[in-house]
Ligand binder design. Sequence first.
Ligand SMILES: CC(C)(COP(=O)(O)OP(=O)(O)OC[C@H]1O[C@@H](n2cnc3c(N)ncnc32)[C@H](O)[C@@H]1OP(=O)(O)O)[C@@H](O)C(=O)NCCC(=O)NCCS
Length: 386
Amino acid sequence: MGSLDDGTGRPRIHKGLDDVYVKETRICLVDGVKGRLLYYGYDIRDLAKFSTFEETAYLLWHGRLPNREALAAFTAELAANRPIPKELVALLKDLPKNTAPIDAVRTAVSALGALDPDLNDPSRTANLRKALRLTAKIPTVVAAFHRIRNAQRVVKPNGKYPTATDYLRMLTGKKPDKRTARIMDVALILHADHSMNAGSFAATVAASTLPDLYSCIVAAIATLKGPLHGGANETAIKALLGIESPERAGEFVHDTLAAGNKVWGFGHRVYKTWDPRAIILRDVAKELSGRTGNEKLFAVARAVEEAGVAELGPKGIYPNVDYYAGVVYYLLGLAPDLFPATFAVARISGWVAQVLEYWEDNRIMRPLDYYVGPKEAVYVPLDQRT
Ligand SMILES: CC(C)(COP(=O)(O)OP(=O)(O)OC[C@H]1O[C@@H](n2cnc3c(N)ncnc32)[C@H](O)[C@@H]1OP(=O)(O)O)[C@@H](O)C(=O)NCCC(=O)NCCS
């Protein structure tokens, strides 16, 4: 059983599933050597320049760019599905105010599953309907919970606006200007998918046992929360905000590494060079720092980037998407604990694509673990144990 290592007789253990392929895919290519990211062959830099979140989600689910009518219909359907049921608003109101938004989203997705009449219909068309509802409602959930915890009136969705605009409007109570909305749109495109990362893998593991789509997404959200994955944007911004000035960046990086800690927002299992998304978001962060007058944060981020790359670049460790996403979201006025939930607003599109693709050729995920415990333990009755 398993692949035996010659010499020792022990199997090779793929810790962290490093270098293990679990499926073929047409959805997303992460080229960790050249620093390229493609969705269905389209370069992320082109999508960030020309596409919208709606168009990108359509691409991920259907494998092709929509024509004008298909995009208009898809955008309208998403907008029409953005309202959330009153039972869910009541549930969000019952959560403790200090619940992390990502936990509120995970809870809400579970509840939405229970409320969905299509929950147990496994057909592709029903799954696409559920996917649309989830993608439409997650921004509403995040914004509603954020306002509830701040004792603010919940802002209802407005079907006139696309996802990015309405998400910011529901969060802040104010319609964002065009450029701000476009920046959020670009951030959503950049976070939409990223091949077999921990969240997509968790969704796929859940999917492989053939539950409903909502269950797969709950598994993915649980994984996204961690600071090694989608929580890194929040951890990274908190570290950057604690640095007094760009001049302290070198000391910060040095002290962090000397203490054996990680520089958050740096490093990636696949990219051993620049993450193309970080480069795009760095330019956006620069623009926002000028527009908002918060030039210090950007200067600190740049200085930590330079010091971090000088120290870690030779090991193939560079800033990843979360590093500059944190700066961008902060400069857009989002509270740091909203960042992982905002990641979910975008990544739901990729999770759905990954799960639907896996279901085309499903096999239950069942890896092995190598037993190293005792084999001859003698059971001692409770009253005889010392
Ligand atoms: C993303 C990440 C989990 C990938 O991890 P991985 O492929 O398992 O790599 P490892 O954590 O085993 O790291 C390999 C080596 O690089 C070092 N390293 C990796 N990321 C580092 C970072 N951000 N800062 C400092 N050192 C880092 C590790 O300490 C390790 O060093 P060693 O070989 O001397 O022990 C890791 O880079 C990380 O924890 N980054 C910070 C969290 C983050 O930004 N996550 C978001 C990813 S999009």
